[in-house]
Write a protein that binds this ligand. Structure first.
Ligand code: S3P
Length: 174
């Protein structure tokens, strides 16, 4: 039997590409009955093309505006888990919306783990030319202050099981 939905407000999962947001959000969806919004997929559905193509054809700012608009629409929802694109916390207005409508959990992993996870595909334009430990570390360090300032809770997701990671994520609501 599925567990009762545990949260008031929304649960926003943030973190670097490959930090495991989608896997954790999927687990929470399946096991805790939380409706799931995967921001990249939602944007792809609305625009009829994946983020990489949007970046290439319309530019990064256009994509970032789509993220902000989507977050705006999610303000009306409650009790959903949102797997955010890695760039979402870089806009202060996005962070403000998330803070006003739920809890924010930052997932972290080492550059080594991230590289292993992202090397399987080529669908992340911001990683073009930086799929190395040092390239990933550099961008991660640039983003770290914004990620950490946004987070209500930080959960390491390097070697822990998905169950354990999700159990810790839900502690943000206790
Ligand atoms: C991005 C992360 C991607 C996607 C886009 C940009 C980023 O999402 O939104 O390629 O700037 O970090 P994931 O974090 O789900 O890979």
């Amino acid at each position: 039997m599925k567990e009762k939905r545990p949260v008031p407000g929304n649960l926003y999962l943030i973190g670097f590409m490959g930090s495991g947001k989608s896997a954790a959000a999927g687990f929470l969806n399946r096991n805790y009955n939380m409706p799931l919004i995967e921001m990249d997929q939602e944007i792809e559905k609305n625009e009829g093309m994946p983020p990489a193509e949007i970046f290439a054809e319309k530019g990064e700012e256009y994509f970032r505006d789509l993220e902000t608009r989507l977050l705006g629409r999610l303000q009306k929802a409650s009790g959903i888990v949102v797997s955010c694109g890695g760039g979402v916390p870089m806009r202060p207005e996005n962070v403000e919306m998330m803070k006003n409508s739920g809890k924010i959990v930052l997932l972290t992993a080492s550059p080594e783990t991230i590289l292993e996870r992202v090397s399987r595909n080529n669908d992340r334009p911001v990683l073009a030319g930086r799929k190395t430990i040092s390239g990933i570390r550099e961008l991660m360090e640039k983003r770290r202050p914004a990620y950490e300032a946004a987070a209500d809770l930080v959960v390491e997701n390097d070697k822990e099981s998905l169950e354990e990671v999700c159990r810790r994520i839900l502690e943000v609501f206790s």
